[in-house]
Write a protein that binds this ligand. Sequence first.
Ligand code: HEC
Ligand code: HEC
Ligand code: HEC
Ligand code: HEC
Ligand code: HEC
Ligand code: HEC
Ligand code: HEC
Length: 383
Amino acid sequence: MAQYLLKLISKTKPAAKFSTLKFLWKDTLPLVLIVVAISLITNIFMSQPSDSNSDFVGSEKCGACHGEITASQLNSHHAHTMVRIHEITDLMNSLPIEYFDETSGTKYRLEKSNSQLPKVDLIASKGSVVEKLELLWGLGAGRKGITFVGKSEKGDFGQSRVSWYQKINKLDITTGLEKKPVDVYDALAGWMNPAETEHCLKCHMTRNTNHSPEIIKVADAGVNCERCHGPGQQHIQLMTQGQKDPSGTITSPGNLGSLEQVYFCGTCHGTPPGGADLRALDHAMAQKHSVRFPAKRLVLSRCYNESGGKLKCTTCHNVHENLSLSFDQNCLSCHSGMDSLASPCPQSTNDCVRCHMPQETGFMTHSEFADHWIRIVSPPENN
Ligand code: HEC
Ligand code: HEC
Ligand code: HEC
Ligand code: HEC
Ligand code: HEC
Ligand code: HEC
Ligand code: HEC
């Protein structure tokens, strides 16, 4: 990880590094503070949210000056990817929901807890054996599945063995937990030790200072401003004092070059194979499963490799909003035929993604994912 960080930092634009240092120097902060500040800045490159309490202000504060971005970001799937159960209104309105797993003979029931409303429990039963998971968080914003993280009566944390598929309003086995359970307790959840629990949540939240899922603050859950931009206190302080130039006060993945940005988003969306690591490259190409990790697949594309660093994640995605409906304009920004860089399509002038980034199924229950390895997909591969 340290080497990975060094590589990223050494690739940051020299101007950005310089202005950060100059800025800190001017304030003649003690060396200790400089180290803390740099580690906070570099922390945003790590998949583990920062542990430090200082300097994080929460997304609401950003809204005062960035109203439009904040309003749309706080409504986005990124922001809603980890929420308290009672906030999932559609789920609350659908309770109770039942499901029978034929392979193990387990009956599942999702219901409002009769003790403390509006809490929700997942009950697994077989014959007279009954086990209960008190649900704490819903992971996934509902585009596909929502998996629950909860606590058993014994005090173990686990991810529910059944997930809720909002679009079809049904429970089904959670992807990855298909293995036949040994008993009802095993059928209730994939049990996790504290390190595994923290790992499970880390890409679904802004930072984790509390470690136990029971006491995580709602403001820290979901992928919000400071997960991607780093802590905002210094930025707000200086901007409030009337400073016009934000550089050096806050970081932005928008300022990263294409490879650096692919790595940045890849901390959660799949680390791309390194250029010299042929085995990883091979693996990314051969394994259909990697389609779930856009950063792993995009770097295989000729669009990425032959456009001189012009193709980034943000070429096609405005991450403050949800997915856009059409990508033709993004493709045509290079493939219009006006640019000698990239050729136009001999087949069609629209709907590019349908043929060149087809949706793939089969590796996550009731879900499909667009293949970010942009290419001429031959019909047999398309199956
Ligand atoms: C007091 C007003 C104010 C607040 C509050 C504020 N900003 Fe800013 N921010 C600015 C101004 C002014 C700029 C420079 C002009 C622009 O890009 O809009 C800026 C620019 C930025 C940029 C672009 C940086 C760059 O290098 O291009 C980012 C990212 C950013 N702000 C993030 C945030 C985040 C995240 C928060 C909340 C933690 C926040 N801002 C809160 C005033 C503010
Ligand atoms: C390395 C980062 C990472 C970790 C660790 C991680 N997730 Fe995710 N998760 C993602 C990303 C990125 C997505 C969106 C794309 C996707 O579905 O793969 C996602 C999506 C989901 C979804 C919604 C499905 C969808 O695509 O809409 C659920 C449910 C989910 N994760 C549950 C979990 C659970 C439970 C754990 C822990 C056992 C976990 N995740 C660990 C990154 C992560
Ligand atoms: C998932 C990562 C992510 C999150 C979460 C995020 N941003 Fe950004 N932000 C980006 C990226 C990437 C860019 C560069 C956009 C581009 O180049 O198209 C950016 C650019 C910006 C900019 C400067 C450019 C502009 O569009 O004006 C501001 C200001 C900003 N973000 C504020 C915020 C605020 C406020 C929040 C929270 C409400 C937030 N961001 C949440 C990734 C993120
Ligand atoms: C902290 C982890 C994390 C980081 C960093 C991150 N994402 Fe995500 N992203 C997620 C998760 C989790 C989801 C799934 C949201 C959900 O539950 O539907 C997601 C969803 C998305 C989606 C689908 C949005 C939709 O409408 O459903 C896009 C596109 C995306 N991310 C792009 C990016 C890009 C581009 C970057 C880098 C600028 C980035 N993400 C950085 C975790 C992350
Ligand atoms: C930043 C510029 C850029 C963008 C944006 C871009 N491409 Fe490309 N693409 C290229 C370059 C450069 C090549 C290689 C030269 C050529 O074939 O024209 C290429 C090649 C291709 C190829 C041929 C692949 C092969 O294996 O022979 C297809 C198909 C393609 N792009 C489709 C798309 C689609 C669809 C989109 C939008 C989703 C897109 N491109 C977006 C630059 C881009
Ligand atoms: C109906 C499916 C379909 C759609 C829609 C489509 N393409 Fe294609 N495209 C193909 C096929 C098949 C080929 C390869 C066969 C050929 O060259 O005629 C191809 C070839 C290409 C190539 C390689 C051209 C070359 O000279 O090497 C590029 C680049 C490309 N498409 C980009 C796009 C873009 C951009 C769009 C949207 C404006 C698009 N395609 C829409 C099917 C499609
Ligand atoms: C050339 C355009 C393009 C680029 C570049 C691009 N994407 Fe996408 N992305 C798409 C399209 C098209 C979709 C599918 C949209 C849909 O399902 O309607 C998509 C979907 C996604 C999704 C949702 C997954 C799904 O299928 O449900 C995530 C997450 C995502 N992209 C992340 C990224 C990340 C991270 C990067 C950079 C490594 C990136 N994208 C680069 C075009 C692009």
